[in-house]
Design a protein around this ligand. Structure first.
Ligand SMILES: [Zn+2]
Length: 254
């Protein structure tokens, strides 16, 4: 039995028994971790209130070697980002991020840069206007793609090296970025984008979250940029396109 102290985001909780929960954590030290929080639902539990979605916590993790499920102890909240669950749009996009972490992470494989990215994303989402929640979310996913080495490459045509011209912009999934009209292959898996969406994608890749939170983007252009990012995440990271949180967000209307 090992015992380590971890710092982690709560990315999923499911009820196990009357007062216990199975908690999925995205930890700095050990990547994705599943652990039982015994008795956490009891009002007098010392861990009461710690295993809420989005919380950044510190806790002890007890785990047998090769066991899928550990046990949590001595949990304390480091940050609760409490404006996220208080707003439906922020909640929807925050939940989508948690789903993405679950689906793209593995036990015992730490992702330190993605951990830091999550901290920055939650911090900005917590404090920003709800109207920009989507823009922040898609920027975060763009930045995750960059960490994994799969961000769309937009500077010039990946085939001939020419700088972009504004007639027709195509972003190839397989080749990983901009392909000019002269170089695009027939049947190539590519997404057409407008100049405006192209510029937004560039800004999402280059800018910090504070700048992105201030950007004004029309819903149509935002959807175009989102489609490119989701297609890349699906193609290169194997992310399912039908996340539960996306259905929830659709039900809110845009
Ligand atoms: Zn070209």
């Amino acid at each position: 039995m090992s015992r380590i102290k971890i710092e982690a985001f709560v990315i999923r909780t499911t009820r196990l028994a009357e007062s216990s929960r199975v908690v999925t954590l995205f930890s700095r030290q050990a990547g994705k971790v599943k652990a039982v929080a015994k008795g956490v639902g009891k009002p007098k539990s010392k861990m009461s209130g710690t295993v809420e979605l989005f919380n950044l916590i510190e806790c002890l993790l007890y785990k047998k070697e090769n066991a899928d499920l550990g046990t949590m102890g001595d949990a304390a909240v480091l940050d609760d980002y409490h404006h996220i669950p208080a707003d439906t749009r922020k909640f929807g996009f925050g939940s989508a991020w948690c789903e993405i972490l679950q689906k793209t992470s593995h036990p015992d494989q730490p992702r330190p840069e993605t951990f830091e990215l999550t901290a920055l994303f939650f911090k900005t989402l917590d404090l920003s206007e709800p109207g920009n929640a989507g823009l922040l979310f898609w920027s975060a996913l763009f930045k995750m793609l960059a960490i994994e080495g799969y961000a769309p490459r937009l500077e010039k045509c990946l085939s001939c090296g020419k700088k972009k011209k504004d007639a027709k912009l195509m972003i190839s999934l397989g080749r990983g970025g901009l392909i000019c009209a002269g170089c695009i292959e027939e049947d190539e898996d590519a997404i057409p984008v407008s100049q405006s969406a192209f510029d937004i994608l560039g800004a999402m890749g280059a800018g910090g979250f504070e700048d992105i939170a201030e950007m004004e983007v029309s819903p149509r252009i935002g959807r175009e940029a989102a489609e490119v990012i989701l297609s890349f995440a699906s193609y290169h990271l194997g992310l399912p396109r039908n996340l539960k949180s996306f259905k929830f967000l659709e039900s809110l209307g845009g």
